[in-house]
Design a protein around this ligand. Structure first.
Ligand code: SF4
Length: 457
């Protein structure tokens, strides 16, 4: 991670007491190919995430499978090293403002007071710059409950050893004191100390998840990352585990990061929601407002696709088209635009978008492409086997919304179509109202979600 990297300040409202603050966090995995295993690109699993998790809050992190939410949860829990960005621990609102301000200042332009403040913030609060002891303390203070309790519990160990391990390692407990503490934890999660001498396979899925929760709470953490903790369970058992988590939070004052693909699960549990799409945060805000008045088309579509949710679901014909784009080369502009029902010229279009579109929706025409000569991501000559195919491609493009984004008329010469799109900046998460952030540039410009009657061409 860079020690100091000036970056765009994403507007945000600092929370009064943040357990964790993320700035521009990235996890890019190299893609290696060939005999020499050369790096040919990067999978951008997490790509510039800014988030603040307030103490005592439950932040619901939601999104489709593969959007990067689990990787982000693992970064937060210290199980995956980020390849970029910063994680700050225990910042007050004033310190969050200071960090935002100082990150935007070039090191050469810093005053002596700025440098001293920056140094003090880093050594006191930034993971990677704090003392080893403080970093270990953070790791102990942040525990994880995984989705698959069967895989995360050692099948050859007794419950006493699974739940008691952190107590033995970090607190040196053994014998009766260890048994007493493990019994207390098992009682706390509603399992009872009589189960101490059984193995994981002797329990139901819900009971195993209670064991995982007991293990996570062994060191009295303040912050727990819950990674799809109920998605492998039956609906009735799900409700029991969710109720247990709510009770424990009230009793112990815990902070939760609740990761899920199911908005319904977090609707009643989380105070704040962050919606993630293709490695980035699309929308962030208080749960009730995000449900009743979403400020990103993606959130609205996710909400409306779940009929069990309590939001004010107007009838909408909005739906996502196509599949999730490749995270190795995500779309320019707004990442949702190839799938968004209300995308417009300003949402960002490139040569790849039109090629992917005909690959998905006109595969026979796609098969007739013989060559693509790119000047850059926005300008290319696309050559087909025949002039008829070239004209069919041009007709398709002219009838589509992408055509509004061309910066000069299409040129057709024999079997080649020359296309050129206007380049637009990548969308960033911006505050629209206090505590409400969206990355939808149309919503940012309109001050509200695009009109509901709009649909895609
Ligand atoms: S900027 Fe908004 S309207 Fe445009 S594609 Fe993205 S989500 Fe859709």
């Amino acid at each position: 991670m860079n020690q100091h990297q000036p970056t765009i300040i994403r507007d945000r409202t600092p929370v009064s007491d943040a357990v964790l603050t993320l700035h521009d966090v990235k996890v890019h995995y190299p893609v290696k190919e060939g005999l020499l295993q050369s790096v040919t690109g990067h999978v951008r699993a997490v790509d510039g995430v800014d988030l603040t998790i307030g103490r005592g809050q439950t932040l619901g992190l939601v999104g489709e499978s593969g959007c990067g939410k689990t990787t982000l949860g693992r970064v937060i829990a210290g199980l995956v090293e980020p390849t970029g960005g910063d994680l700050w621990v225990n910042l007050t609102a004033e310190q969050q403002r200071d960090v935002d301000r100082l990150r935007a200042v070039e090191p050469a332009s810093m005053t002596a007071a700025d440098r001293a403040a920056w140094q003090s913030l880093q050594t006191g609060h930034r993971l990677g710059s704090m003392s080893r002891e403080n970093q270990r303390a953070y790791r102990r203070n942040c525990q994880v409950v995984f989705q698959d309790s069967f895989a995360s519990l050692n099948p050859r160990q007794l419950v006493r050893d699974i739940v008691g391990r952190p107590l033995r390692v970090h607190q040196g407990l053994s014998g009766d004191r260890l048994n007493a503490k493990v019994g207390e934890l098992l009682d706390m999660v509603g399992l009872g100390s009589q189960h101490m001498y059984r193995y994981p396979h002797q329990f139901s899925g819900g009971q195993r998840q209670r064991i995982s929760i007991a293990r996570a709470l062994a060191l009295n953490p303040e912050f727990v990352v819950l990674d799809e903790p109920t998605s492998a369970l039956d609906v009735s058992v799900q409700a029991q585990i969710l109720n247990l988590l709510v009770d424990l939070q009230g009793e112990l004052g815990l902070t939760y990061l609740f990761i899920t693909h199911d908005l319904g699960v977090v609707q009643h549990l989380s105070t704040t929601i962050a919606v993630m799409y293709l490695g980035q945060i699309a929308e962030y805000g208080p749960t009730d407002l995000v449900f009743n008045d979403p400020l990103h088309p993606y959130t609205r579509i996710l909400r409306d696709s779940n009929p069990s949710l309590d939001g004010e679901n107007d009838a909408t014909e909005w739906e996502l088209t196509g599949s999730v784009p490749n995270p190795i080369s995500p779309p320019h502009g707004c990442r949702l635009h190839p799938r968004c029902p209300v995308a417009r010229a300003e949402c960002g279009w490139s040569v790849d978008d039109v090629l992917t579109d005909i690959e998905d929706r006109a595969p026979l025409l796609f098969e007739t492409i013989s060559r693509v000569e790119r000047q850059d991501d926005f300008t290319a000559d696309v050559t087909f086997d025949t002039e008829v195919s070239a004209r069919a491609f041009a007709d398709r493009l002219q009838a589509s919304r992408a055509h509004d984004a061309v910066d000069r008329p299409l040129e057709i010469a024999d079997a080649t179509v020359s296309v050129s799109f206007r380049e637009v900046p990548d969308a960033t998460l911006q505050q629209l109202r206090e505590g409400r952030l969206t990355s939808c540039t149309r919503t940012q410009n309109l001050g509200a979600l695009p009109p509901i009657h709009e649909t895609r061409r």
